[in-house]
Design a protein around this ligand. Structure first.
Ligand SMILES: [Zn+2]
Length: 373
C-alpha cells in the first residue's frame, strides 16, 4: 500500500474516515490509523468535524489539506487551451484560457503552455503536471495517428515535459481526461461508464470501476472509426471508408448540411441552427445521433455500464441526444438499459483539468508523499 492510495481515496471522496480506508484497503484499523497519522503529521491530510456514526464513537472526517505546492494542468483543443493551477486535492485555484494553434507543432505550443503555467505556479513547488491533447495518445505519451495535429505524430510530449518538470506527469487524450473529470464531479457512485465527446470530432473513453481503461497501447475507447452502414464509401481521414466519424462528428454534419445548401461553417453554427429549429439541420442531426447510438449499442451490451455520458457541442443538441438514446433503448439487451442513465455531462468546461488532477493524485504526487513501509 502506498500513501498515494490513501490520498487518492480521500481526495476522490471514496473514503472520509479511517473506517472507510480500513474497509477499502482491507487493512486492520490500527494499521490504517498509523498511516493516517503519518499523513496528518506530514501536513498532507487534515481532520475536521465529525462524520455520521455507524454505532460507537462518531468518526472524525478526513480531507486532503491544500498546503503548499501546485498541480499544473493544461487541456488543449485545436485553437484553445484551458490551463490551471490546482491545490493538492485537485481543486482549481487559478484558471486561464489561451488562444493557441495546435497545428503550429509541439515545440511552440508546449513552450507557450509551460510559460503560462510558470506564471500561474508563481514559484511554488510543482507537485505534478498534466496535459490533455485533442488526439490519440499512446502509452509512451506520444501523439499517434492524429490527422488534425500536424507535426505532432510520434512526438513524445511526455519526454519533452520531463525536461521542464521534475514531477509526476500525465499525458493523455482529452476524452480520457474529461471522463475522469466527470468521475470527480459525480463522485464515487458513478464507477462504470462510457464517456463520449461529440464535438467537431468524435472521441470516447471507458471508465471501469472508477479507473480509466486504456488498453494495451493506451488508445482504447476510440469509437469514431467503427464502420457504419450509412457511411458507405465516404473516405475518412484515418484512410478507411465509412467510419462513424464521417457521419456523426460535428465536422461531418456541417459538411453534409453545406452540401444541402445550408449556410454554416462551424460546429457552433450547427448548434445555433439546431436551436432555431432549422428542419434540414434537425433531420441531419437526428440521423447522426442515431448512427452514434447504434455504435454505442455494441459497447453497452458488452460493457454493461451504469451510464452513457455525452459531452461536447453535439451533446447540447436535444435531437442528437434523443436519437442516440432511442437507438440504445431499442437495440440494447433490456437488462443493460433497465437502469442505464443516458445524458449530458455535468462536469462543465473544467472537466479535463479535474481529470488531470484526479489521475495525478491517483498515481502519487511529488514529495513529500512517499511510500509507506
Ligand atoms: Zn476512420
Amino acid at each position: 500500500m502506498s500513501a498515494a492510495q490513501i490520498m487518492g481515496l480521500v481526495a476522490s471522496g471514496q473514503a472520509t474516515s479511517r473506517a472507510d480506508l480500513s474497509r477499502l484497503l482491507g487493512l486492520a484499523p490500527s494499521t490504517v490509523s498509523a498511516h493516517v497519522q503519518e499523513l496528518l503529521d506530514a501536513g498532507l491530510l487534515e481532520e475536521s468535524g465529525e462524520g455520521r456514526s455507524r454505532g460507537g464513537r462518531r468518526p472524525r472526517l478526513l480531507s486532503v489539506r491544500a498546503g503548499d505546492g501546485v498541480i499544473l494542468a493544461a487541456d488543449l483543443g485545436g485553437h484553445h487551451a484551458r490551463i490551471a493551477a490546482m491545490d493538492r486535492a485537485g481543486r482549481p485555484e487559478a484558471i486561464q484560457d489561451l488562444e493557441i494553434d495546435v497545428t503550429a507543432g509541439p515545440e511552440p505550443v508546449l513552450a507557450r503552455i509551460t510559460d503560462a503555467l510558470a506564471e500561474l505556479a508563481a514559484g511554488r513547488t510543482v507537485l505534478g503536471m498534466g496535459i490533455g491533447l485533442p488526439g490519440p495518445v499512446d502509452s509512451e505519451g506520444a501523439v499517434v495517428g492524429s490527422s488534425r495535429m500536424h507535426g505532432w505524430n510520434g512526438f513524445s510530449v511526455r519526454r519533452r515535459l520531463a525536461e521542464y518538470y521534475q514531477a509526476p506527469l500525465v499525458v493523455d487524450n482529452d476524452a480520457n481526461l474529461m471522463a475522469m473529470g466527470e468521475a470527480v464531479v459525480r463522485g464515487p457512485e458513478l464507477r462504470d461508464f462510457v464517456f463520449v465527446k461529440a464535438g467537431t470530432g468524435l472521441g470516447a473513453a471507458l471508465v471501469n470501476d472508477g479507473r480509466l481503461h486504456r488498453g494495451a497501447r493506451g488508445v482504447a475507447g476510440d469509437v469514431s472509426h467503427n464502420r457504419v452502414p450509412a457511411g458507405g464509401e465516404r473516405p475518412c481521414n484515418c484512410g478507411n471508408f465509412g467510419c462513424l466519424e464521417t457521419i456523426a462528428s460535428g465536422a461531418a454534419i456541417v459538411a453534409a448540411l453545406r452540401a444541402q445548401g445550408v449556410d454554416l461553417a462551424t460546429t457552433a453554427d450547427l448548434v445555433r441552427l439546431a436551436r432555431d429549429g432549422n428542419p434540414t439541420v434537425n433531420t441531419t442531426l437526428r440521423f447522426a445521433g442515431r448512427q452514434l447510438g447504434e455504435v454505442l449499442v455494441t459497447i453497452v451490451n458488452f460493457f454493461n455500464p451504469q451510464a452513457v455520458v455525452l459531452s461536447g457541442a453535439l451533446a447540447t443538441c436535444d435531437l442528437f441526444v434523443a436519437a442516440a438514446r432511442g437507438a440504445l433503448y431499442e437495440r440494447c439487451l433490456p437488462l443493460t438499459t433497465q437502469e442505464l442513465q443516458i445524458g449530458e455531462s455535468v462536469a462543465g468546461p473544467d472537466a479535463g483539468l479535474l481529470g488531470i488532477g484526479r489521475l495525478l493524485i491517483d498515481q502519487g504526487l511529488a514529495a513529500p508523499v512517499r511510500n509507506l513501509p
